[in-house]
Write a protein that binds this ligand. Structure first.
Ligand code: ZN
Length: 340
């Protein structure tokens, strides 16, 4: 089959579109023909070099395609079924997996991170890792959903326990997690304040449902939250930006408020006054991906049309380098999708 691999870490130029051996289908696996694979920032970090990534490597976490072949032990799914591949790898038999806490499994990793991903024509996975999708959902749109919606769902619903009527501040509306978080905030009847970096991205954030949008380059986030909420401030801040915004995120919280974070794009170090944390009774929560149960829940909303993956652009898989260059420049609003 064809795949995009890299044999050394580096810039977009290390990506090679080349022939690789087809995956060998085990009796307990299904073989999926990849029709669309959406990019995430993770693809760039993996390409630049992350611990645990073995070379040569195939990236790509968000896969939609159709079942091409099923192993001898497989029942309940047939050839031609359109599916999403869950963007995670887990053992499936440890006590965490059996408790439905796949993201606490010792083997847990994102597909395309410590294991090969979907920037290729064929992938073999266990049956529990594929989820059928409705016919009216295109492969491109389906591939735009799993990783970021699962991440945002685990952050907001499971970790921060969002409730109707709350005020949620979503940083970086143009990021994948930001787009998912705005929609989830509205699904849970919260008031959503988002931040974005220019007029066009602010307009798009409003289109997704944000009630208010702050320009995070021209305005001070906490002061705007204060003005918008008439001093009430936010119940929940959805963080993934890290060092550049942590101070503002803290200042934007009301008494008893919660920051939930899944990333540190601008840097990993944050400094804060511990007295501020306890006196204001704040919660700082970490979140990483989510569980299979949560993935099924959030996809239920996508299949019912209540949540929507946003596609920025599509590239043939052979032009993965151009797709990476587009992502490096942060030109996109929505997912960049590669099509084998
Ligand atoms: Zn496990």
């Amino acid at each position: 089959m064809k795949a995009v691999r890299f044999h050394e870490f580096g810039g977009p130029e290390v990506l090679k579109y080349e022939d690789v051996p087809d995956p060998q289908l085990r009796k307990d696996q299904v073989l999926v023909r990849v029709r669309a694979c959406a990019m995430n920032h993770l693809d760039l970090w993996v390409r630049k070099g992350l611990p645990g990534v073995k070379l040569p490597h195939i990236s790509g976490s968000d896969i939609a395609g159709e079942v091409l072949e099923t192993g001898e032990y497989i029942s309940g799914i047939t050839q031609g079924q359109r599916v999403i591949v869950a963007p995670m790898h887990y053992c499936g038999h440890c006590r965490f997996c059996l408790a439905g806490l796949q993201n606490q499994c010792r083997e847990f990793t994102v597909i395309g991170n410590a294991v090969d991903g979907g920037n290729c024509e064929l992938i073999a996975v266990r049956q529990d890792q594929v989820i059928p999708i409705p016919d009216r959902l295109s492969f491109e749109e389906a591939s735009a959903v799993p990783l970021v919606f699962l991440t945002a769902y685990h952050m907001m619903v499971t970790r921060a326990q969002i409730r109707p009527g709350q005020t949620v501040l979503v940083l970086g509306a143009n990021s994948g997690v930001g787009m998912a978080a705005i929609q989830l905030g509205k699904l849970f009847n919260a008031r959503v304040i988002a931040t974005a970096g220019n007029d066009e991205k602010m307009r798009r954030a409003r289109e997704l449902g944000a009630d208010e949008v702050i320009n995070h380059y021209q305005q001070k986030i906490s002061e705007e939250v204060k003005r918008i909420t008439s001093n009430q401030m936010a119940d929940i801040v959805v963080e993934h930006v890290g060092q550049a915004t942590w101070g503002e995120s803290m200042k934007s919280l009301k008494l008893g408020g919660t920051i939930v974070t899944c990333g540190a794009t601008t840097g990993p170090k944050a400094e804060f006054d511990i007295r501020f944390l306890f006196a204001r009774q704040l919660s700082f929560l970490g979140s990483y991906m989510g569980t299979m149960g949560e993935l099924h829940e959030v996809l239920g909303h996508v299949f019912a049309g209540r949540l929507k993956g946003i596609v920025d652009s599509t590239f043939p898989l052979s032009e993965a380098r151009a797709a990476h260059e587009r992502m490096e420049k942060s030109e996109m609003f929505g997912k960049i999708v590669l099509k084998p």
